[in-house]
Design a protein around this ligand. Structure first.
Ligand code: ADP
Ligand code: ASP
Ligand code: MG
Length: 605
């Protein structure tokens, strides 16, 4: 007999008929000899409607009252589903988050789960009941016993956390699509179903905008080795399996907050090539990386900073043995780009050898802004200057001077409690290898991001730490952090621009926070742009495969789409484009990597 946790999303329980159909499926699972815990969302678009109601009363409602309001949605569904099961003759009991003992931080509207007290659920299961749990909600650990919610889409997280706490055999996420697809089928109808995906790939896709799974649910599945499947509640098709590696043992206490970092990686075999003052127009990145791909050279990190005047800087890292050839390509192409767009300065190639990449590895890095901030602060305290930053949900990497390498490793291992002797520290060549097969598994789109840029940030160790520490204090998650390569000397102080993306809802708070600090820290202007779209490709197989970035940039260039920013990690490449170009961008990239299937995916209304 297996213990199965099943989660049904809003559309799957969107009407009385749908709830009856879910009850049938649950009953079938029980009749097959399993114990079942069901986690449900609010019916249909109930949560959205509740948000609208609140906004009719207040433009800035208190987060505590929002939790009180939004948590009611799920409570309707649990009672109705429990009744539907009882009608079928199946003993069932509905329980709120508090009744299940889902204990969270007191952080309203985005609480993380601390632990789950499984005793009551286990008792009811022993009595042969199906337990129907309200997803998305918990109860604070403080004496006030406040109702909390986990953040929009959080029912997935409730389900996987319960599966981890109960040591369930597996967790099924039932939704309105056949599983995890190469992209959102509402935007690209010939998106194709994947039979399986690694949790690292899924974490990236989810944090880059694929809302089919809440990133925190994937984090918990990865950390506790929960077997996770995403399926349609309309069919009996097997859906998509999310594959987790064998987890390191970890306590169920502080379930979502303990040990975000489980390893430190370093790679000293790196060199950096930067092209300064390349024209800011479609096709430039495609041309540069197209030529590099034709030479079969593999680039690791790529960044393109936001434009200054009508030019950009593009920088990338390569392994030292191929540096000479990469440099030759960049040097050959610089004059071509220059004549195409006579700009005030000269396009120029800069090469830096003796650099190292140091990374912290884990899950949920972007979702936990304090982690990257702690990394930057640790490096700063150790006197290490950061040359380049790459963020992703599974890794934050900093390119530093190679001579700082040992000091950086030691400081990070200490800060994140990684034992140097153990398996948590990996040198070059021992890092996770790329997945087999297709380099790109999926394409994600995020229209809810804003870009912030701070001009003229003094360039010395500790600036990134200060900046991202401030944002982390306000719980603001940051992605695509890019420092310009160009250096302007102002009053004798070298400065660089820093740009990054945040969720649109955090943009105003981020701007305010930074403006307050700007005078004291001698920063220049702070610029916000919300009319952006972030398009990303994800795939573990892109590690060590030349030409992936070139193909993505060429697809955009073919449609005359200008790339405003580029940031990569080992398993993703993100580009920021103008918001009104997102449809073309997404479809062009999906087509370029030949991700389309033969069937059109129909999504229930
Ligand atoms: P639920 O209410 O069941 O939790 P969601 O609306 O949160 O469902 O998530 C399912 C939706 O996610 C799909 O209807 C689809 O539009 C969207 N989606 C975005 N990216 C993907 C993807 N790569 N694969 C599948 N669905 C995706
Ligand atoms: N009902 C909540 C929401 O719409 C939680 C969820 O469905 O996962 O965000
Ligand atoms: Mg969802």
């Amino acid at each position: 007999m297996a213990l199965i946790v099943q989660k049904y999303g809003g559309t799957s329980v969107g009407s009385v008929e749908r709830i009856a159909s879910v009850a049938e499926r649950v009953l079938k699972t029980v009749k097959a000899g399993n114990s079942v815990v069901v986690v449900v969302s609010a019916m249909g678009k109930t949560t959205d409607s509740l948000v609208k109601l609140a906004n009719q009363i207040s433009t800035n409602p208190s987060r505590r009252e929002m939790d009180m309001l939004l948590s009611t949605g799920e409570q309707v569904t649990i009672a109705l589903l429990s009744m539907a099961l009882q009608e079928l003759g199946q003993p069932a009991i509905s329980l709120t988050g508090a009744q299940v003992g889902i204990v969270t931080e007191a952080e309203h509207t985005r609480a993380r789960i601390l632990h789950i007290q499984p005793e009551r659920v286990e008792r009811h299961l022993k009595d042969g009941k199906v337990i129907v749990v309200a997803g998305f909600q918990g109860i604070s650990s403080t004496s006030e016993l406040e109702i909390t919610t986990l953040g929009r889409g959080g029912s997935d997280t409730s389900a996987v956390a319960i599966a981890a706490a109960l040591k369930a055999n597996y967790c099924e996420i039932y939704t309105d699509v056949p599983g995890i697809l190469t992209t959102d089928p509402r935007l690209v109808p010939d998106a194709q179903l994947m039979a399986e995906i690694t949790c690292d790939e899924m974490l990236e896709l989810a944090s880059l905008g694929a809302k089919v799974l809440h990133p925190r649910a994937v984090e918990i599945a990865r950390n506790y080795g929960v077997e996770l499947v995403v399926r349609s509640s309309w069919t009996d098709e097997p859906g998509t399996r999310v594959i987790s590696p064998t987890p390191q043992p970890r306590s169920l206490n502080d379930l979502e907050i303990a040990r975000p970092v489980d390893g430190v990686e370093f790679d000293t075999d790196q060199a950096r090539v930067a092209l300064l003052r390349v024209p800011d127009r479609p096709g430039v990145a495609a041309r540069l990386f197209g030529e590099i791909a034709r030479q079969n050279l593999d680039v690791d990190l790529i960044i393109q900073s936001i434009h200054e005047g009508n030019t950009n800087d593009i920088a990338f890292t390569v392994a030292t043995p191929i540096l000479k050839r990469a440099e030759a390509v960049a040097t050959a192409i610089a004059p071509v780009l220059r004549t195409a767009n006579p700009s005030p300065g000269e396009a120029e190639v800069m090469v830096q050898q003796q650099i190292a990449k140091i990374s912290i590895v884990g899950a949920g890095m972007i979702g936990r802004p304090g982690v990257a901030a702690q990394m930057f602060a640790t490096l700063s305290d150790a006197g290490v200057n950061i040359l380049m930053i790459s963020t992703s949900e599974v890794k934050v990497s900093c390119v530093i001077d190679a001579t700082d390498g040992d000091r950086a490793i030691e400081a990070l291992c200490q800060a994140f409690e990684i034992r140097e002797q153990g398996s948590g520290v990996r040198g070059q060549g021992e890092q996770r290898s790329g997945g087999a097969g297709e380099p790109v598994r999926g394409v994600a789109l995020d229209l809810n991001q804003a870009r912030l840029a701070i001009r003229q940030v003094p360039d010395h160790p500790g600036m990134a730490a200060k900046l991202f520490g401030l944002l982390a204090e306000h719980n603001i998650s940051v992605d695509m952090i890019i420092q310009s390569q160009r250096c302007h000397v102002i009053d004798g102080v070298p400065t660089r621009d820093i740009a990054f993306t945040v969720a649109q809802i955090d943009a105003e708070a981020a701007q305010k926070t930074l403006e307050q600090a700007a005078v004291e820290l001698k920063w220049g202007e702070i610029i916000v742009d919300s009319a952006i779209a972030k398009v990303s490709i994800v795939g573990a197989g892109m590690v060590g495969q030349p030409g992936v970035a070139a193909k993505m940039f060429a697809a955009l260039a073919q449609h005359q789409i200008n790339i405003q920013m580029i940031a990569t990690s080992e398993i993703k490449i993100s580009a920021v484009v103008a918001q009104d170009q997102w449809v073309t961008a997404l479809q062009a990239i999906h087509a370029a990597f030949e991700l389309a299937g033969s069937d059109k995916i129909e999504v229930p209304a």
